[in-house]
Design a protein around this ligand. Structure first.
Ligand SMILES: *Cc1c(COP(=O)(O)O)cnc(C)c1O
Length: 423
């Protein structure tokens, strides 16, 4: 039996209806933007394996940092102890985060980074004896699959089985072109009721919704409204963080900085699962008290795992190299060139580019569902052609590792163009 066949016996895959799913390719090797399956077939990983892997697969610099850490101190509990890599990583993040961010809380994945932010917002007010527990989020948001994160997410078929068991979250329209004023007004009406603890958003790009984009100036206005009304703002930068939008963080495009930020995905360059929620001093102070019960009682066994911290440090150092910054600018320019070339294609409805993110929407007769027929046809076409892309409904997006070569990226564009002829 092949690996691909043996996999089916026991493994339950994410977001997968196993009754209708085909056998999955078994990947046995990766290098830079490329992956190889057990039959030797080569794939270009044009979505950086769900956006985690900007510096390329099997990166030896990160691997060496991990090896060194594993053979020096693989793990120590973070309750009651600290270690050099957590200190160094904190110092490094303080250099690159918006300068209102002063405290870091470690966890294991994007969803838990969001949970920590939501819990901190709610408990902050609870500690002060103020009743404010509701959350505001955007339609079609994605913040993860644990309960709090799921409650804040708006992609309904992901969460419909659990409605009624979730946090109270009110959803507002995404301020895309033409919706800015109504979105701002709805937010304003909500926050003025004094019932809301926090507004959570994916800054500038809603990844899982299909790279839906909106402008920094409108988000700035929304953050200012929240600031004025004592509602915390949470920038979920799990996808956008570490260079994807062309700046280190999407929040770097803003004048008003969020109160909290959620980081994961590219944090460790796709090696060790880790996440960080970052906070202003004001939020931290809301827990700083002689009363033990006012502490943030949250933690995970692997909190601030030294190996994860070492991988994150090596990753951020890579991001800061001139070479990597050039790569980001290079991909951005290639995306813009491709956009000009493709946008007049008769099958195309819209295109958009931000940083290394490119997205196009295909014209359809009917509204395409998230995992609909067109999406599946496209997905299979890309895989057949050795390109890993996961369209969302009728949206095809590219978010490649920064180390992808021009030739590889041109190949991705060519296959995307061909795909327009088959749907
Ligand atoms: C992926 C993602 C999450 C969830 O992260 P996991 O590590 O999958 O739990 C949360 N927010 C955003 C914006 C994401 O893209």
């Amino acid at each position: 039996m092949t690996l691909s066949e043996r996999d089916k016996l026991y493994n339950w895959h994410p977001y997968t209806q196993h009754k209708t799913a085909a056998n999955f390719p078994a990947i046995v090797k990766g290098k830079d933007a490329l992956l190889w399956d057990e039959n030797g077939k080569e794939y270009i990983d044009a979505i950086a394996s769900w956006w985690v892997n900007p510096y390329g697969h099997s990166n030896t610099i990160i691997a060496n940092a991990i090896y060194e850490q594993l053979t020096t101190l693989e793990h120590v509990l973070f309750g009651g102890f600290t270690h050099d890599k957590a200190v160094l990583l904190a110092e490094k993040l303080m250099e690159i985060l918006p300068n209102n961010q002063k405290k870091l809380f470690y966890s294991d994945n994007g969803s838990t980074a969001v949970e920590v932010a939501l819990k901190a917002a709610m408990q902050y007010f609870y500690n002060k004896g103020i009743k404010k527990s509701k959350i505001i989020a955007f339609h079609d948001a994605f913040h993860g699959d644990t309960f709090g994160a799921m409650a804040s997410s708006g992609i309904t078929f992901f969460t419909e089985a659990f409605q009624g068991s979730l946090l109270e979250v009110v959803r507002i329209p995404v301020p895309t072109k033409g919706n800015e004023e109504s979105s701002i007004q709805i937010l304003k009406d909500l926050v003025e009721t004094n019932e809301y603890a926090a507004f959570i958003f994916e800054p500038l790009v809603q990844g899982a919704a299909g790279m839906v984009m909106y402008q920094p100036d409108v988000l700035d206005k929304m953050i200012a409204i929240c600031n004025y009304n004592n509602v915390f703002t949470i920038a979920d930068e799990v996808m956008t963080g570490f260079g994807k939008t062309g700046k280190t963080f999407a929040s770097d495009y803003l004048m008003h900085k969020p109160d909290m930020m959620c980081l994961s995905k590219a944090l460790t360059g796709g090696t060790i699962p880790m996440a960080i929620t970052t906070f202003t001093q004001e939020i931290f102070n809301g827990f700083y008290d002689d009363n033990t019960n006012k502490a943030l009682f949250h933690g995970h066994t692997f909190t601030a795992n030294p190996t994860g911290c070492a991988a994150a440090l090596a990753s951020i150092n890579l991001l800061q190299t001139v070479e990597m910054q050039h790569n980001i600018a290079r991909i951005h320019q290639l995306h813009l060139d491709f956009e000009i070339k493709i946008k007049t294609h008769p099958r195309i409805k819209t295109t958009r580019v931000l940083g290394v993110i490119f997205a196009l929407e295909i014209k359809t007769e009917n509204q395409e569902s998230y995992y609909g027929t067109m999406r599946n046809k496209l997905y299979n076409f890309f895989i057949e052609n050795g390109i890993i892309l996961r369209p969302v409904g009728s949206t095809v997006y590219i978010l490649p590792p920064y180390v992808i070569t021009n030739a590889q990226l041109e190949k991705v564009y060519t296959i995307v163009e061909k795909a327009l002829e088959i749907v």
